[in-house]
Design a protein around this ligand. Sequence first.
Ligand code: PNS
Length: 165
Amino acid sequence: MRRAVCPGSFDPVTHGHLDIVRRAAGLFDEVVVAVGVNVSKSRLFTPEERLAMLEQGVAGLDNVRVEGFAGLITAYCQEVGATAIVKGLRSGRDFDYELPMAQMNAHLTGVETVFVATDSSLAFVSSSLVKEVASYGGDVSALVPDFVLGPLTERLAARQAAGPG
Ligand code: PNS
């Protein structure tokens, strides 16, 4: 049984994330999508909201489940019995960011990191860019699932109504 973890913040999940998860599901017997809940960056969506959106995103993928994790990703991989971490690579910049983390994680527990090349049609998609563009009224409807689009628009509008800070 080959089990992999797809970790991330998923704030919010995009079609780019879901493409990587789908392809990881084809490579491994089981995939656990692990939503980081202890990362320090401020988030638009709560861990529960991010988890719920991912649950909808992976519905129909029988060998994929979604869980939250806190602490080190290596400890989480050991806890769920995963021998690999799957990450999408959009660019050399992603690679430069991911490589030391992959090496650190291998140093800590020997877990392998498998990099999957992002589909070229999704290479420009990131959660942060989606949020920025949507906050100025740009059309991101092709970049996130419908069940993300509504909550994203509403949350950004609520933030704007609340004012700076
Ligand atoms: O979507 P993101 O923000 O790029 O996801 C980053 C995440 C959550 C995968 C990464 O920050 C992580 O693995 N955090 C867990 C803490 C940890 O293990 N840090 C050391 C990594 S070498």
